[in-house]
Design a protein around this ligand. Structure first.
Ligand SMILES: C[S@@+](CC[C@H](N)C(=O)[O-])C[C@H]1O[C@@H](n2cnc3c(N)ncnc32)[C@H](O)[C@@H]1O
Length: 227
C-alpha cells in the first residue's frame, strides 16, 4: 500500500517534470527560431514585447516601467539620433531602439565594460535592432567626444558623479530641442549635485524630476534644451 502511494507520487512528479521540460523546450525553440523568421510588423511587435517581458535583467538594468517611459519619450519627441551613456546588458537600449526604429533614427549606446557590450549586442541582435542600435565600447569620457554628427536625445545612466562631464562633452553635439533624461536623480542626488544645480539654474534648460521607478524608489530628470 505504502509502495503504491509512493509510486503515484513519483508518477505525478515525473509528469510535472516532463511538462516543465516540454515547455522549456518550447521557449528555447521559439527563441532559437529568431526574429528573422517573422514576417508581419504585428508578429515582430509581439515577439519583441515577449522578449522584453522575459528579459533577465541584472540589478544594473533600468526597471521595466522606466525603460517603457524612455521608449515613449523617444517616440513622442520624434527623436532621430540618441546617445545612451551606460548600456549594461541593453534593456534600456532595446526599448529605446524600438522607438528610434519607428522614427527612422538610431541610438548609439556607450559602455566601458566588454562583457556588457557583448551581452547587449546579443540582445540587440535577438530583437532585430542591430541596424538601429550600435554599442560603442570604451570610457564615455573618451568616446563621447569621438561621436560624429548631431544628436537630439540623450539618456545618462553611468557613473553618477560624472553626469555633468558626460553632458558637457555631448553638449556641442546636442541640437536645440533635444531631450535629455538622467536616471537615479533622487537616490544619487548628492553625487550629481553639480549637474542638477546647473539644470535647475540655467535659463537654457527646462527640467522636471519625476518619480519613476517604483521598483527602485528612484527618479529621473527630464530635461528639454530650449536654446
Ligand atoms: C546603471 S548601468 C546602465 C543600465 C542601462 N542604461 C539599462 O537601461 O539597462 C551603468 C552602466 O554604465 C557603465 N559605465 C560606468 N562607467 C562608464 C564609463 N565611464 N563609460 C561608459 N560606461 C560606463 C557600466 O559598465 C554599466 O554597465
Amino acid at each position: 500500500m505504502k509502495f503504491g502511494r509512493f509510486s503515484i507520487i513519483l508518477f505525478v512528479i515525473g509528469i510535472l517534470g516532463l511538462m516543465g521540460f516540454v515547455s522549456a523546450e518550447k521557449t528555447y525553440a521559439s527563441e532559437k527560431e529568431g526574429i528573422e523568421t517573422l514576417k508581419t510588423p504585428e508578429e515582430i511587435q509581439k515577439f519583441r514585447e515577449e522578449y522584453i517581458k522575459n528579459f533577465r535583467r541584472t540589478g544594473l538594468n533600468t526597471a521595466p516601467g522606466d525603460a517603457r517611459f524612455l521608449r515613449i519619450m523617444v517616440a513622442s519627441a520624434g527623436s532621430k539620433r540618441g546617445i545612451e551613456v551606460g548600456t549594461a546588458t541593453g534593456f534600456g537600449a532595446i526599448n529605446m531602439g524600438m522607438a528610434f526604429e519607428r522614427n527612422g533614427g538610431e541610438l548609439i549606446s556607450l559602455d566601458i565594460d566588454h562583457r556588457m557590450v557583448v551581452a547587449a549586442e546579443e540582445h540587440i541582435k535577438n530583437m532585430g535592432l542591430e541596424k538601429t542600435v550600435k554599442v560603442v565600447e570604451g570610457d564615455a569620457l573618451k568616446t563621447i567626444p569621438e561621436l560624429e554628427g548631431e544628436f537630439d536625445f540623450m539618456f545618462i545612466d553611468a557613473l553618477k558623479q560624472d553626469y555633468m562631464k558626460y553632458f558637457q562633452l555631448a553638449l556641442p553635439k546636442l541640437k536645440v530641442g533635444s531631450v535629455i533624461v538622467a536616471d537615479n536623480v533622487i537616490l544619487h542626488a548628492n553625487a550629481m549635485k553639480d549637474f542638477l544645480d546647473f539644470m535647475e539654474a540655467s535659463p537654457d534648460y527646462d527640467m522636471q524630476i519625476i518619480r519613476s521607478s517604483m521598483e527602485k524608489g528612484d527618479g529621473m530628470a527630464v530635461i528639454y534644451k530650449l536654446r
